[in-house]
Design a protein around this ligand. Structure first.
Ligand code: R5P
Length: 290
């Protein structure tokens, strides 16, 4: 067995391999002058299972091409099985044709991974209408979660928290974390008008006077969901507003916007950033690679 860190998996691949005391190597990735990607393995893995660790952020399309090139090459060079370990797996939100003529990207990208891999492990994938990975992939597909790590972090760092889920889909994280902690929670209602315009409101009132409100969600991208939720929570009297998320994508200066709004943000390290303080390598080494 061999753990291979792809270009966007280096921050976790080595940690996972270390925890498992398994051989680790980096995939060598560079580009030709015209932007074509070249990948190269510099070790022998004949008859071994190869685990490619890749998180999909920033140049997502490049990340996808890279793992396809790597997987096919590993097979050609004699790997027994090639498994994709995806701390953050993208394209999960476009799970239906929201507008006439649109691609259902989730299905298409899922099909691509099916074609090149023997199995996929993804942490907290955004499963909404297709609520299990088996509805997306034909290969063995396993969902992992960082919920217990998020609950532990809250327990250690935030006193008397109330957990808030910013939209109906967030219950899988917010409600679950609240139950682990045995604390109160609410799920808000969100209406999205565009990528940068959302509205959230609370259905069932809750008094937050002087308490710490903790928004728990899977993804923070532009940060607008969290900014709007924080406004509602402050009106309800929250003393502090925290945001704990699994995947901190943080596009368009989202982190600064959240910081300027006085929101304390912490994410896991499925995507590395200044606030990725919760390490998920243990989940992968424990649940996946045995
Ligand atoms: C979608 O439902 C997700 O759970 C997140 O709430 C969403 O992706 C956050 O996006 P943004 O940060 O751009 O508002």
């Amino acid at each position: 067995m061999l753990i291979v860190s792809c270009s966007h998996g280096r921050h976790l691949g080595r940690l996972i391999a270390k925890k498992l005391r398994m051989p680790h190597s980096n995939l060598i990735v560079d580009k030709f002058p015209d932007d074509e990607i070249r990948v190269r393995f510099d070790f022998n893995f004949k008859n071994r299972n190869v685990f490619l660790v890749q998180s999909f952020y920033k140049n997502i399309s490049d990340c996808i091409i890279e793992v396809i090139l790597a997987s096919k090459t590993a097979k050609e060079l004699g790997a027994k099985k090639v498994v994709l370990v995806a701390p953050y797996f993208p394209y999960m939100r476009q799970d239906k044709r929201f507008h006439k003529g649109e691609a259902v990207s989730q299905r298409i990208i899922g099909g691509l991974i099916d074609k090149y891999f023997d199995a996929v492990y993804a942490m907290d994938p955004h499963l909404h209408r297709k609520n299990i990975l088996g509805n997306i992939f034909k290969i063995r597909a396993v969902k992992l979660t960082a919920n217990n790590l998020i609950a532990d972090y809250i327990k250690k760092h935030i006193k008397n928290p109330v957990i808030m889920g910013p939209d109906e889909e967030s219950y899988k994280w917010a409600k679950n974390v609240a139950e682990m902690l045995g604390v109160e929670s609410r799920i808000l209602k969100k209406k999205r008008y565009s990528s940068y315009h959302v509205e959230v409101k609370l259905n069932k009132k809750i008094g937050l006077g002087g308490r710490d409100a903790v928004i728990v969600d899977d993804i923070v991208s532009t940060g607008h969901t969290i900014l709007e939720t924080a406004k509602v929570l402050r009106k309800l009297g929250a003393k502090n507003v925290h945001c704990l998320c699994v995947h901190g994508i943080f596009v368009d200066n989202a982190l600064s916007k959240l910081k300027n709004a006085g929101i304390k943000v912490v994410s896991t390290n499925t995507i590395p950033s200044k606030v990725s303080k919760i390490d998920v390598s243990g989940v992968f080494s424990h649940d996946v690679i045995k």
